[in-house]
Design a protein around this ligand. Sequence first.
Ligand code: S3P
Length: 430
Amino acid sequence: MTGASTLVVRPAKNVAGALRLPGDKSISHRYAMLGAIADGTTRLENFSTGADCASTLRCLRALGVEWERSENTVVIHGRGGTLQAPKNPLDCGNSGSTMRMLSGILAGQKFTSELTGDESLTRRPMARIISPLELMGARIVAAAAGRPPLRISGGQLKSIDYKMPVASAQVKSALLFAGLFAEGETGVQEPVRTRDHGELALRAFGAQVSQHGLEARIAGGQELHAIEATVPGDLSSAAFFLCAAALFPGSQIVISDLLMNPTRARLLDILITMGVGISVTQLEERHGELVGTVHVEGRDLKGALIAGADTAALIDEIPVLAAIAPYTSDGVEVRDARELRVKESDRIAAIATNLQKMGAKVEEREDGLKIPGGQQLHGAEIDSQGDHRIAMAFAVAALRAEGETTIRGADAAVISYPGFFQALETLAQR
Ligand code: S3P
């Protein structure tokens, strides 16, 4: 470390070791929110250590929800559906999940609340939740072009049948959560399959949610009941280690207690087609979520084409797949990924610029990237642009570069995985 948020990553010869990851971010947000509106006391072990999930907990406290946290165990005292009007604007920090999914619950509350966030969140599109929640009867005032802050006046909602124009699990969950406060049955149809943690979490808390093809339906007025759960390890955080292992033929890592939900595990299939040796043992189901132990062995790395439904399924893993792309034999092409431009940063631009700084040839497209294989990168000064996944993706790329790589804004990793750089150091062999 050469400064609070600047980190130097040295090349490695190999990666090896065993680890267990902090709880999945997507599931931690949903369990915390549903625990808050359930009857009874919810106990969550291995809760995400990321700052984003801490933002959700902070907002819940401001809405009158009592909770205690000791290390990674969070105990939430549910309020049974009725939250308290907050005294101040709710600060969602960097977390789009907090703002979008909490909006679904706030739309059903009989008070007005305001949601704000940091500079990055303030640039992110919210029209995708505003339009359907307004159709359900909430009144929402946003800044220009549907950007935050949002001022939500909620109350009794009416059910809708909604066809989502954008593939977004956050929007789907927000609408299913709002559906709990609606009269009648709410239906949400998505254009391609996205992660189903909202549906599974609602069921874990005792609600009935039906699923047919790309549609999920929920009847309003259902009560939720507290659960005791251990959150499975975060697969999107594990992606950085899986891709680090993919870089070194002969590497071996084992990750136990990892989320294996089929709507999240597409990365494993893609890495297998790229030549990585992967096997899963000790598969079990917990509250509807699959969990297992993943064994990874690096071999010669082939290329990949990521497009269509795969792009949606891999949306959080594309930065690290792109960062290792130059080291593959045939390159990686990413299509249909316009959504990446409206994440915590414009991830298509951030990936292209940083790969170029490391000496790679990259073709940046409006909705994707084409990165040729067979390229040797050199160490450079990388800018995370305040985006956790960019900081971590380039720390992985740096392991195979010639010379040292400096990552500016490395502290962005705290958003999803505060212990990331220490864990990567432990695995790296030099
Ligand atoms: C998430 C869904 C995805 C993903 C984000 C978490 C979720 O966002 O990128 O990190 O927990 O539902 P979108 O819903 O915007 O696709």
